[in-house]
Design a protein around this ligand. Structure first.
Ligand SMILES: NC(=O)c1ccc[n+]([C@@H]2O[C@H](COP(=O)([O-])OP(=O)(O)OC[C@H]3O[C@@H](n4cnc5c(N)ncnc54)[C@H](O)[C@@H]3O)[C@@H](O)[C@H]2O)c1
Ligand SMILES: [Zn+2]
Ligand SMILES: [Zn+2]
Length: 362
């Protein structure tokens, strides 16, 4: 088969690799129908994630069809269309028993395109399949559910839920990339009084308005703290979500939150940030961190089924899976391409789309 293989920093190649085979009785083999690229894949290509060894197939988000089941698999069958999520759950360890699948110590957690071969490929081996994949309802297309593989549960769990957002709150979202925009989309489920999006890029702020932000602040030109204080009678935001991953934006979040407010860090940080305890200690501020667990995926899936969430709008570009290299170029150049999520479709899906037979809700 063919797959996108990491060859060391800066190198990724669509090339021939051996077909995956069942290794454990709990595995299934999935034919990948749709996949997508994450900001974290770009981190890997920069060499920021050294656990990813050259030769690893990249990708941790996909929808596919089961073509082979291990002998211990009884609740899934060949032909089932499934969402393959960025997080795998062994189903047995202490953390999986608590729904904290991201912290799985039994061989799961974030493994695709990280510790084992990933999903930007024609086929993939999916470990612990029964406790890790989600069957896709017939009436939903691959693209309806694809973004449940990572950005939606990440934004909802590590941003909105961790921050304990409540109706009537003012929420400031710092960073309006896919994660920040997914935070805005899922924050709306709680009817906040006001959503403030903060970013350096005007094009991203424009997207934020489309996703439901009421106020935008370009913190390259404007003082974001002053703007948020002005909007909140000098108090600050009830909730601030960090969706960038650099020290400045974490510190900005702690500065623009009100006394008693909550800061939820979602960004992946490569450098130390300063925790200003000299100003924070007296302000009753709560700060949370987290890796996504994906325990909310079934709930988010129901919201998509009922048209309460319309995540297809994240898909700004589509490529054939075989054009994955080109897709990476477009995704990595978001400043010019305006890319949010780039969808990689395998040939049968592409043919179906061309024939207008794809089931769509929008
Ligand atoms: N915690 C988790 O489980 C988890 C899961 C997935 C992704 N992430 C992380 O979430 C973060 C956001 O992901 P993404 O895909 O949306 O990234 P992205 O790079 O597409 O978006 C980041 C946005 O931040 C803006 N930005 C950059 N510097 C800024 C600054 N100083 N002030 C304001 N805005 C600034 C950029 O213009 C961009 O719009 C990344 O760090 C990613 O690795 C975390
Ligand atoms: Zn990801
Ligand atoms: Zn586990």
């Amino acid at each position: 088969m063919k797959a996108l293989v990491y060859g060391g920093p800066g190198i990724r190649t669509w090339t021939d690799v051996p077909d995956p085979i069942l290794e454990e009785p709990t595995d299934v083999i999935v034919r990948i129908d749709s996949s997508t690229i994450c900001g974290t894949d770009l981190h890997i290509l920069k060499g920021d994630v050294p656990e990813v060894k050259p030769g690893t197939i990249l990708g941790h988000e996909a929808v596919g069809t089961i073509v082979e089941c291990g002998e211990a698999v009884t609740t899934l069958a060949v032909g089932d269309r499934v969402l393959v999520s960025c997080i795998t759950s062994c189903g047995r360890c202490r953390f999986c028993r608590e729904g904290r699948y991201g912290q799985c110590t039994g061989g799961g957690g974030w493994i695709f395109g990280h510790l084992i071969n990933g999903l930007q490929a024609e086929y993939a081996r999916v470990p612990f399949a029964e406790t890790s994949v989600y069957k896709v309802p017939d009436e939903l297309s691959d693209e309806d559910v694809l973004f449940l593989a990572d950005i939606l549960p990440t934004a909802y769990e590590v941003g909105v839920l961790a921050a304990k957002l409540e109706p009537g709150d003012t929420i400031a979202v710092v960073g309006a990339g896919p994660i920040g925009l997914a935070t805005i989309m899922t924050a709306k489920l709680f009817t906040p009084a006001r959503i403030v999006a903060i970013d350096l890029a005007d094009s991203r702020l424009e997207q934020a308005l489309g996703f439901g932000a009421e106020v935008t602040v370009n913190n390259g030109r404007e003082d974001a703290v002053a703007k948020v204080l002005e909007l909140t009678d000098g108090l600050g935001a009830d909730v601030a979500v960090e969706a960038v991953g650099v020290p400045e934006t974490f510190e900005l979040c702690t500065a623009l939150v009100r006394p008693g407010g909550r800061v939820a860090n979602v960004g992946v940080h490569g450098h130390a940030a300063t925790l200003h305890l000299e100003t924070l200690w007296i302000r009753d501020v709560t700060i949370t961190t987290g890796l996504v667990d994906t325990f909310t995926t079934p709930k988010l899936l129901r919201l998509i089924e009922e048209h309460r969430l319309e995540p297809r709008r994240f898909a700004t570009h589509r490529f054939a899976l075989a054009d994955a290299e080109k897709a990476y170029d477009v995704f990595a150049d978001a400043a010019h391409s305006q890319a949010l999520k780039v969808v990689l479709d395998a040939e049968p899906v592409q043919a179906k789309r061309a024939a207008g037979r794809e089931v769509a809700i929008a």
